[in-house]
Design a protein around this ligand. Structure first.
Ligand SMILES: C[S@@+](CC[C@H](N)C(=O)[O-])C[C@H]1O[C@@H](n2cnc3c(N)ncnc32)[C@H](O)[C@@H]1O
Length: 307
């Protein structure tokens, strides 16, 4: 039976315009019940609605609250530091041809990673941008960046129809939302957009991950939707094998794993990245990483999930 996340079901967009479409409560509940998820169906049933159509403003507030709690989780996981640890050598390796590099965070939510990169200035002279197809989250990201006086921007847009050409595309917690052919299409969209590299962090798929996610979200989140989706995310996280298999046919960007799940401490393997880099920059990336270079591999690991 498939695993679904409530946050994917309570929003719907017109593929042509990106405009939000009405969502019928019965459809959300039906999809959760069809997945055998009675608890998820109860959580969805509590969302306010008008004549069976979910109240869009309530859904927006709910998703902002959930993403704010998610930011706290990401702070604890030090996801920004982990991202910067790779982005800095990646930028050094790919060079810039005299232009400021543009880093675009795809599926940025309320923009935590981009705001952190802007406030710390850890990447030096770089343009920073976040993209998300949820206009409410983009508005919140913009509000927070303005309040903090940060030099970065946020754009309403789709990962499959990228609004600006980036030097490097990044993401956190997005890959597991992409199912089937979408995953390969996601990597392809970035290669086609002319990126020199990508770096996408997501939940490390292990047999222990759903239990770890349950404990972590139970302890740190209050929103039932966030707690529910946190565990669902861990249950449908892509294995290293599946990520590399989806990214390999995309010409132009060579997929690389860093700190593979297989070779990590099971209790510390919470998130890990997949990188893609144009082949000519791979030797320079190895040099820029120094001793950490030993954690890079271009090999596709076996399909079996560890632990
Ligand atoms: C789990 S949230 C992660 C948000 C943020 N990156 C973080 O780590 O807090 C996944 C995000 O991806 C966005 N998203 C999913 N599919 C997308 C697509 N095709 N285009 C743009 N954004 C997308 C969702 O709107 C949501 O904000």
């Amino acid at each position: 039976m498939s695993v679904v996340e409530i946050s994917d079901l309570v929003v719907r967009y017109d593929p042509a315009t990106g405009a939000a479409l009405p969502v019928r409560r019965a459809d959300v509940i039906g999809a959760l019940r069809a997945a055998g998820d009675r608890r998820g169906a109860r959580i969805a049933a509590a969302i306010p609605h008008h004549d069976g159509v979910l109240d869009a403003a309530e859904v927006e507030r709910l998703l902002i609250r959930t993403h704010t709690e998610l930011q706290r989780l990401n702070e604890e996981l030090r996801i920004t530091e982990q991202m910067a640890e790779l982005l800095a050598p990646l930028l050094a390796a790919i060079g810039s041809d005299g232009e400021r590099p543009l880093i675009v965070d795809v599926g940025c939510g309320i923009g935590y990673v981009i705001r952190w990169l802007a406030v710390t200035g850890v990447l030096g002279d770089a343009d920073l941008c976040g993209v998300d197809f949820n206009a409410g989250l983009i508005a919140e990201a913009t509000r927070l960046a303005t309040a903090e006086g940060l030099s970065c921007r946020f754009i309403h847009g789709d990962a499959f129809d990228l609004p600006s050409r980036a030097t490097v595309y990044i993401s956190t917690g997005v890959l597991h939302h992409l199912r089937g052919r979408q995953l390969c299409a996601f990597f392809r969209a970035q290669a086609d957009a002319g990126a020199r590299a990508y770096c996408h962090f997501d939940i490390a798929a292990t047999r222990l991950a759903p239990l770890g996610a349950w404990m972590f979200h139970r302890a740190r989140m209050r929103e039932p939707l966030g707690r529910h989706d946190g565990v669902a995310s861990a249950r449908r996280a892509h294995s290293d094998h599946d990520l590399m298999t989806a990214a390999s046919p995309v010409s132009g960007l060579v997929p690389v794993l860093y700190r593979t799940v297989q070779h990590s401490n099971p209790f510390c393997a919470s998130v890990r990245p997949i990188l893609g880099v144009r082949e000519q920059y791979l030797p320079a990336l190895r040099t820029a990483l120094g001793p950490a270079e030993r954690h890079l591999t271009t090999r596709i690991p076996p399909p079996r999930l560890p632990w």
